[in-house]
Design a protein around this ligand. Structure first.
Ligand code: ADP
Ligand code: MG
Length: 299
């Protein structure tokens, strides 16, 4: 079992057509045909959208993505048109609304990895490969890779696992030309972001991008380089050979899998609400990631 513990009822705004409830974002189309993306404070973990929200998370994700789009603008065009909430939208849409070009999305999760962990580590331990790419012997959890790699995944529906696929499989699905463009853009953006983050004391271990086409032009879409789409590790605590502390859902995952939650991940039961201290600690992590990366204080 997985999905939404409580499926939210989308807010209706005159002039906007509600298109889709994502795990974190609500998508609308405005009268000009543009996409209006509204980031909520929802949190997902273990393929569930949890019943507890993290205050300010939607605004932090939105503002961090906007900051990154600026840092990357010379590498690949982005989808943002404006951050103005549409007329008639609730006041609390301010800061978490992105009006963007409605793109023909490429159905591939474009993952770049500069460090070994997570599903990459599982595959490596099994076969010395990640997404079919051969890697040297002797790497451990948290090792830096000799060079960043493109490790695409297929995009799963809400409640399903993304699945790693080989580059050849992506090329088969979207065409060799598009696959090559995705890989090139993913690695270029990852490398730029990794260097920026490193200067700020943060290791960008891996991250996921989504791209779409505006005509023939590849455009970077969705959110970029947030704690939801990336693994950020504090550089001063990096120690290969163990799980790294990170700026993301670690508190939530740790609590959910601890006896304190009373939840069995393998059961059919939805996860319980988060206690206040887990919410507060998680919010603080998102704020800290924002502040360290952008060099500006959150509020
Ligand atoms: N410019 C765009 N044009 C069309 N779809 C987009 C664009 N940017 C993002 N999306 C889509 O909007 C959705 C964002 O909502 P999110 O809550 O992150 O959904 P998901 O549960 O799929 O991760 C994703 O399905 C993403 O593919
Ligand atoms: Mg998403």
């Amino acid at each position: 079992m997985s999905g939404f513990v409580e499926k939210p009822e989308p807010i209706q705004v005159p002039g906007l057509v509600h298109l889709h409830t994502g795990k974190v974002r609500e998508l609308y189309q405005n009268e000009a045909g543009d996409l209006v993306m509204v980031a909520s404070d929802r949190m997902s973990a273990y393929d569930w959208v949890l019943p507890t929200e993290i205050p300010d998370k939607g605004r932090i994700l939105t503002q961090l993505s906007l900051w990154w789009f600026d840092q990357l603008a010379d590498l690949v065009p982005h989808h943002v048109l404006s951050t103005e909430p549409p007329p008639g939208a609730p006041a609390d849409w301010a800061g978490r609304t992105t009006v963007c070009k409605s793109l023909q999305m490429v159905p591939v999760e474009c993952v770049a990895r500069g460090y070994l962990t997570g599903s990459g580590l599982v595959e490596y331990d099994d076969s010395r490969t990640v997404c079919g790419l051969a890697l040297p012997e002797g790497l451990v959890d948290g090792s830096e890779l000799p060079a960043p790699i493109f490790t695409p995944a297929t995009k799963a529906a809400v409640g399903e696992h993304d699945e790693n696929v080989s580059y050849e499989e992506v090329a088969r699905q979207v065409g060799a030309d598009t696959a090559a463009q995705l890989r090139q853009a993913t690695l270029a953006v990852y490398s730029r972001a990794r260097d920026i983050a490193r200067d700020r004391g943060i290791i960008l271990a891996d991250t996921k991008f989504e791209f779409g086409f505006e005509g023939e032009q590849l455009v970077i879409a969705d959110e970029v380089l947030t704690p939801d789409s990336s693994r950020f590790w504090p550089a001063d605590q990096w120690q290969p050979g163990r799980a790294q502390p990170s700026y993301d859902k670690q508190f939530v995952r740790d609590w959910l899998t601890s006896p304190a939650s009373g939840w069995d991940r393998k059961s059919e039961q939805p996860p319980p609400p988060l206690p206040a201290q887990v919410v507060d600690a998680t919010r603080a992590k998102y704020v800290e990631a924002y502040e360290r990366l952008t060099g500006t204080s959150w509020s």
